[in-house]
Design a protein. Structure first.
Length: 258
């Protein structure tokens, strides 16, 4: 991977540079990251058409929104997140684009949906974000999401979904993935901690980054139940159908149809 640290430290308010640097950092962990986005948007187009109203759930820097609008320019997107630093990048990246809006909300707050500008959406999309929730609050969140998706609409979650019944397979996959990550690290790839260190040094992002760590502390994972758990809970919460539509050895894109 290309070392983008020089560009990052001089970017200032070059929000697209920050957006791209976040993508590169995430790709260090998930080299097949774009594959899940491609399938996600394939299914959006197949099920709800080319001009969907989308909720980008736990949107971060707006990664999904960027790919959505590049693929489906007639779409609209509302991004919701609590992270002030990532939201600053998202808002800066899409400033002036009337198709995009952002909302600050805590997804663990039972009333978070009251902050949204619309009562229903054609699609709710999220990626690599909900694994920090434990199973009980995640199930509650799925209930809220079911109330936001219109009949015939979709919810998709691309995330780490670990099957604990296959420990040897899991261990082998993890060892190989980490070996490849070590090779990329030797080519100056940025990891999570290094990326946040750079954000903390930036004069514009330093304040939001400090607030971000006050809110979340250091990165910590919640539960990562298997895809079957997600599909079952989503059906229990009101979706008619739910199943994986893409997977890698460690991640799954699960689609639920209202």
């Amino acid at each position: 991977m290309t070392d983008t640290s020089a560009d990052i430290t001089t970017a200032g308010t070059d929000w697209r540079a920050w957006q791209e640097s976040w993508d590169r950092q995430q790709e260090w962990y998930m080299p097949d990251r774009e594959d899940r986005f491609s399938v996600m948007l394939d299914m959006v187009e197949a099920l709800v058409g080319t001009a969907p109203r989308v909720l980008d759930l736990a949107c971060g820097t707006g990664t999904i929104t960027a790919r959505l609008l590049a693929r489906l320019p007639e779409a609209t997107s509302t991004g919701v997140d609590l992270d002030p630093a990532l939201l600053a990048i998202a808002r800066g990246t899409f400033e002036g684009d009337e198709r995009v809006s952002f909302v600050t909300a805590d997804l663990k707050d039972p009333d978070w949906t009251a902050r949204l500008p619309h009562g229903s959406y054609d699609a709710v999309l999220t990626a690599t974000a909900l694994h920090w929730l434990h199973s009980e609050p995640l199930a509650a969140l799925y209930g809220s999401v079911a109330g936001l998706v219109r009949d015939g609409g979709v919810f998709m979650n691309a995330d780490h979904m670990i099957d604990d019944t296959t420990p040897r397979i899991n261990a082998a996959e993890r060892a190989q993935r980490h070996a490849r990550m070590d090779q990329a690290k030797q080519a100056d790839a940025l990891d999570w901690a290094e990326w946040w260190q750079l954000a903390a040094q930036d004069p514009v992002l330093a304040g939001p980054t400090a607030r971000r760590f006050e809110i979340y502390g250091e990165h910590a994972d919640g539960d990562m139940p298997p895809a079957a758990w997600h599909a079952r809970v989503l059906r229990e919460k009101g979706f008619a159908e739910a199943r994986p539509v893409w997977c890698s050895p460690s991640d799954t894109l699960l689609l639920a149809l209202k």
